[in-house]
Ligand binder design. Structure first.
Ligand code: SAM
Length: 251
């Protein structure tokens, strides 16, 4: 886990570059989450792997009461900067999703989220089970727990080796480009992403590479662990950009 903290602390100032258009994605996430949460009457939300605040800021913009936590101080600093830019308030906390009881949170919450493939950083069943139990403990009886991850079934079947992420023009300076691309190596159920940041222009290019390991948790495994953690009605909620699994805390 310190491996992913080191990664996110190092790349935080470039984290928005992981998204083709981060502000547009904030809007898209807000609309998707609002469709799910508003009909349930949910008002208070904890995003317990908030990163730079993609979903937390989206929800705060829509008027939800948002608390958010993450392991990476650098991501949290960037998330606060996002809150200042958007003019919204979020209660940010530094904390491990496996130890939310160590964080002074204002729960329980109507909904608790971990989106953007965050739990895939946890490589053992014990760690994911612990995280899910901690998430359930922060949820109101009847409230919603939502987990988002990559479509690991499809990835493990196709085993793509190369991923082109994005090319950002005039970044970090006019006339320069930043290109993000990955090489993926498999040791099923583990996969290592080597994330390359290439930055340059007419005068030449520089590349930095950051390795990141994930566990390719299959839907069935996560759904079973969600049930074991005390969630009922565990189901997949349709989403075009990642696999989203939801369940309700037993009353
Ligand atoms: C890919 S980012 C996703 C962030 C955000 N949810 C989004 O979709 O933009 C994954 C985040 O999980 C966080 N993370 C990884 N392991 C964690 C842990 N054990 N506890 C809390 N956060 C963790 C990382 O610091 C990182 O910010």
């Amino acid at each position: 886990m310190s491996e992913s903290k080191a990664f996110y602390d190092t790349v935080a100032n470039r984290h928005r570059l992981f998204y083709r258009d981060w502000p547009a994605f904030v809007k898209q996430e807000g609309s998707w989450l609002d469709d799910l949460l508003r009909p349930r009457g949910a008002r208070s939300v904890l995003d317990c792997t908030c990163g730079i605040g993609t979903q937390a800021l989206a929800l705060a913009l829509l008027g939800y009461e948002v608390s958010a936590s993450d392991l990476s101080d650098e991501n949290l600093a960037l998330a606060q900067r996002g809150a200042d830019e958007y003019g919204v308030a979020v209660a940010w906390h530094r904390g491990d999703v496996r130890a939310l009881d160590q964080v002074s949170l204002a729960g329980p919450f109507d909904a608790v989220l971990s989106l953007g493939n965050s739990l895939s950083h946890l490589l053992t069943e014990t760690d994911v089970q612990t995280a899910l139990r901690q998430m359930v403990d922060q949820t109101q009886p009847g409230g919603l727990v939502l987990v988002g991850q990559r479509d690991w079934e499809a990835i493990a079947a196709e085993r793509p080796r190369f991923q082109f992420r994005h090319e950002h023009l005039d970044t970090p300076a006019p006339g320069q480009r930043t290109v993000l691309w990955d090489l993926w190596s498999y040791d099923d159920p583990l996969v290592t992403f080597e994330v390359f940041f290439s930055q340059g222009g007419p005068e030449g290019w520089e590349t930095e590479v950051f390795p990141l390991r994930y566990r390719m948790w299959r839907r069935r495994e996560v759904m079973e662990m969600m049930e074991e953690a005390g969630l009922s009605g565990v189901r997949e909620v349709p989403c075009d950009w990642e696999v989203r699994l939801a369940g309700n805390r037993l009353r």
